[in-house]
Design a protein around this ligand. Structure first.
Ligand SMILES: NC(=O)c1ccc[n+]([C@@H]2O[C@H](COP(=O)([O-])OP(=O)(O)OC[C@H]3O[C@@H](n4cnc5c(N)ncnc54)[C@H](OP(=O)(O)O)[C@@H]3O)[C@@H](O)[C@H]2O)c1
Length: 255
């Protein structure tokens, strides 16, 4: 069980982050962050903070406030993120800017800022990547780009860490949260998981200090099988066909 830890969780107003707050709040002190702070679960051990993590000012304020409130940070879960479901030809510069700032810059900068404060002290820094860090889905070119970027970053960055400092990536499959609503897609890929199950898998991964956390065993098996029989690429091909059909019929998207 994770106990007596000083924890920061971003993306705490919904989905995976919200479930993590509920799971960890009883035995740990949490600074929980989202723009809609009023939606962060209420608990005596949770300090809600309204911050937009896509700005440097926001991230600096988050680190300052968390240090003041908690005294130190043992576990930082950089979980805030979102997607656009769209054709690449429709993606604007604004979409590119917004998604990379939230999904990539925020977790990278957060780690740098934490490391500067911690020096050689131990910590655990987790980033919610995605199953799409390995296999990109049609309609999610920008999003997959951000999640692949996290893997490349982490694989290099781990060489710079001191003993006791852990950088852990989480690879959820389709999770039943507000994610697809925000992305403006009414099609949920397969396989799927509940946010509470993902949160439990993350907690286990924290306890075991795993560098790679796969909340779905089924997806892990599919990944290994795909090295011999390409079941995931075949599935993506079918999704690609569905995606092209949806958009050729004047898909509903996008602002
Ligand atoms: N659901 C899936 O199928 C799935 C699969 C793989 C990976 N993931 C990843 O899991 C993470 C959590 O997603 P979820 O499924 O729990 O989605 P969600 O229910 O939409 O939650 C996303 C959270 O991120 C926060 N957020 C977004 N932009 C933010 C910003 N600029 N500043 C601060 N907070 C921000 C949102 O809060 P506010 O809007 O209140 O700011 C919300 O709390 C994301 O990184 C996502 O990419 C999700």
């Amino acid at each position: 069980m994770i106990k007596n830890q000083r924890v920061v969780i971003t993306g705490a107003s919904s989905g995976i982050g919200s479930e993590l707050c509920k799971l960890l709040a009883e035995h740990n002190k949490i600074v929980a962050v989202a723009r809609r702070a009023e939606r962060i679960p209420q608990h005596r051990n949770i300090i809600p903070l309204s911050i937009d993590v896509s700005t440097k000012e926001g991230m600096d304020r988050l680190l300052d406030t968390a240090y003041t409130a908690l005294g130190n940070i043992d576990i930082f879960i950089s979980n805030a993120g979102f997607a656009y479901y769209e054709r690449w030809q429709d993606a604007s510069w604004e979409h590119m800017d917004a998604i990379f700032k939230t999904n990539v810059y925020a977790p990278l900068y957060g780690l740098q800022a934490l490391r500067q404060r911690k020096g050689k002290e131990p910590f655990q820094y987790l980033i919610t990547a995605s199953a799409m860090s390995f296999y990109a889905m049609p309609g999610y070119a920008l999003y997959s780009g951000t999640k692949f970027a996290l893997r490349g970053f982490a694989d290099s960055m781990r060489y710079e860490l001191e003993p006791g400092q852990h950088l852990q990536l989480i690879y959820p499959i389709a999770t039943l949260t507000e994610f697809f609503l925000v992305a403006q897609s009414d099609h949920l890929p397969w396989p799927r998981q509940k946010a509470s199950a993902v949160a439990k898998a993350i907690a286990k991964g924290i306890e075991q200090r795993k560098p790679h956390i796969y909340p779905s065993l089924l997806y892990r098996i599919m990944q290994i099988v795909s090295r011999i029989i390409p079941i995931i690429p075949i599935y993506m091909g079918i999704e690609g066909w569905r995606f092209r059909k949806e958009f050729s019929q004047g898909g509903t998207h996008h602002v």
